[in-house]
Every structure is written in C-alpha cells, then in structure tokens.
Design a protein around this ligand. Structure first.
Ligand code: MG
Length: 344
C-alpha cells in the first residue's frame, strides 16, 4: 500500500533559486506499510535541483499504481524521479526501522549510538561587512563554531571584505565556509580563493558553475578546500570523483533520491578521500529529520547544513531534532522520531 497526500509549508522569507524566488515548499507525504508497520516519507521537489512538482506527482501516482498491482518494492525500483524516490524510500526505511525497533540512523547502517550531529550556522549573501559580522557573531553566541557565509551576489572584493569582517569579529577558533552557488567565473574564483586562504576559510562551496568539473579540479590545492553541491545534480558521485573536482561533497538526500543513497554516496566519497557533508533542500520536518539520521549514519561527519527548519514559518509536526548549541539532537525512538499522528 502506498498513500500520497499533498502538503504545503510557508517560508519565513522567500528564498532565491535559479528558477526565481519561492515563498513556500510544496510536496507530498508518502505512507507505506511494511511488516505491519507504517512509515511516512516526504517528497518535496525543488525546481532546478529535482524533478518539478508535477513530475513528482506523476511519478508518485505511477508508483502507487504499481504498488497496488505488484508491490511497493517494485514501485520503488521503477521510480527514478529523485524527490519521488526519496519519499518512497524514506517511507520504507522508516517502516523497516520501526519493525526493527531501531532509530532510522541505525537502520541505515550505523552500529553505535549517536547523540548529536554538528551543524553550521548560515549567514545570507546580501549584508554589508558590518551586518554580516553582526549576524556571524550572533550565531557564534548561540553556540555555533562553524559558519557558512553565502557569497557571490556582490562582487569578489566586497565579499572578501565581508568575510574579513567576520573573521575579525569571531576570531580564529571558528570554522568558516563560504558558498558561491556557482556564481563566479574562473578568474573571479581564483581571486576569491587567494583572499579566502588568507582568512583561513575551510572550504568554498561551488565556486564555479555545476558543469565545470575540470575548472573546479584546477582550483583545488590553493589553500582553501573545494566543495561541490550543485555539481551533484547533473553528475553522479563517480564522475565528480573521477574529475578530482572536490575535497568535500554536499549531499542533499532529496536531490540524491533518498537518505539511503545519500549514506551510500558518503561512503563512496570517503573511500576516495573526499569528506561528505549532509544538507537539505529546505524541506519539511519529515525529510529534514531524515537528513539528520543520514548524517548520523556517517561516522565523525563534519558540521552539516541541517539548521534549515528556521527558514520555515509553518511545518507539519513538532521538530524532534531541534538545533541547540551548534548541533542537533538525533532522535533515538524507533523510526524517524517525528510524531506520525501529526502527518498520517
Ligand atoms: Mg550550497
């Protein structure tokens, strides 16, 4: 049995995407039954990152029909739209974890208890140096020792001033990352990286557009790590690793088609000496909590981009993995930890 229910949650402030600003996140809750347990998953497509809302709905409807006539395992195997597959796969994984009486992260292959996952605080791209430094200082005051600063909308020199103001304000003990979302040309990225190296920035996420894997490779080993995020939309992990395009890979389970695939991708990256970081596509509580479990399934994971519940004005259920002191608490109850009575 596969049940599908549409939902919508409102964002606090619109977020800019390559497909224009969005004010809400729309998706589908997916419920499956497995070994007498019900598991709920979430499929929340995001244009430019996954299939569209309509394509997701069509893929889930097809899966529902296949599940009715055959079984939902076949439906899962035949679904190749990433958000739709994420919803189905998560629902199954949660039902299985519940039947094993284990939290999801244990069911995803981690064999020891994990209490917390470290997360980075995020500062937006548009503030002046003073405003950016103030926002960074507030996050450090709230317990974050790793910050991600969005860049790429103001020109390289302005961004370097902003990062310098942050480094001066927070001191040497705080890890800084920047995310350019593919905004720079090669010459800008080279200028940025030499400036960022002097400010002890750990890594820069997507300094070049997603497809420029050779360009990304050439930017490595200049004092700042290179992370890819958008590159994993168009290219699989093997291609990214073959090109030597990254020191760090940002893994979004919704984009990769499931928390199971995200954990497997993390293992593949690690085996090649590349560090995984788990993040979300600003999903509702079901998928966000699943991303927390995926991160918990990766031993000694670096701070992750999982403090994204704060971007939502409304949500589907109370958050079982709130951010406190720079980390999230990993739910230890059987399954996901989200109260399914709120979402069924
Ligand atoms: Mg990113």
């Amino acid at each position: 049995m596969v049940d599908i229910a549409p939902f919508q949650v409102r964002l606090r402030t619109p977020i800019d995407t390559a497909h224009g600003p969005i004010e809400s996140r729309r998706g589908f809750l997916v419920a499956v039954e497995h070994e007498g347990e019900t598991g709920v998953g979430e499929a929340t497509p995001l244009g430019g990152w996954t299939e569209s809302y309509t394509e997701c709905e069509e893929a889930l409807n097809r899966a529902q029909t296949v599940a009715r006539h055959l079984d939902w395992g076949i439906a899962l195997a035949r679904t190749n739209a990433p958000a739709a597959r994420h919803g189905l796969s998560l629902a199954f994984s949660v039902a299985r974890a519940r039947s094993e009486d284990a939290p999801l992260y244990r069911s995803l292959g981690r064999d020891e208890r994990v209490e917390r996952v470290p997360v980075n605080g995020t500062v937006g791209a548009n503030g002046s140096p003073d405003v950016t430094a103030t926002a960074a200082t507030e996050l450090v005051g709230a317990g974050h020792d790793c910050l991600k600063l969005k860049v790429g909308t103001n020109g390289v020199e302005t961004d370097l001033e902003r990062i310098r103001a942050v480094r001066n304000a927070v001191g040497d003990g705080v890890t800084l990352r920047v995310d350019a979302n593919g905004a720079w040309a090669r010459s800008e990225a080279e200028r940025a990286i030499s400036g960022l190296a002097a400010l002890d920035v750990a890594y820069v996420e997507q300094p070049l557009p997603a497809d420029n894997l050779d360009g990304l490779s050439a930017l490595r080993d200049h004092g700042v790590g290179i992370a890819v995020d958008e590159s994993l939309v168009a290219h699989d992990i093997e291609t990214v690793l073959e090109h030597g395009a990254a020191d760090v890979v940002v893994l979004k389970p919704m984009v990769l088609s499931g928390p199971d695939v995200a954990v497997e991708t993390a293992r593949t990256a690690r085996a090649a000496g590349v560090e995984p970081v788990v993040s979300t596509t600003i999903d509702a509580v079901v998928a966000r909590t699943a991303a927390v479990h995926a991160a918990a399934a990766i031993p000694d994971v670096l701070p992750c981009g999982l403090a994204t519940g704060q971007f939502l004005e409304t949500d589907l259920a109370p958050d079982p993995a709130p951010v406190e002191n720079g980390s999230v608490r990993v739910p230890q109850t059987a399954g996901l930890g989200v109260d399914q009575s709120h979402v069924l």
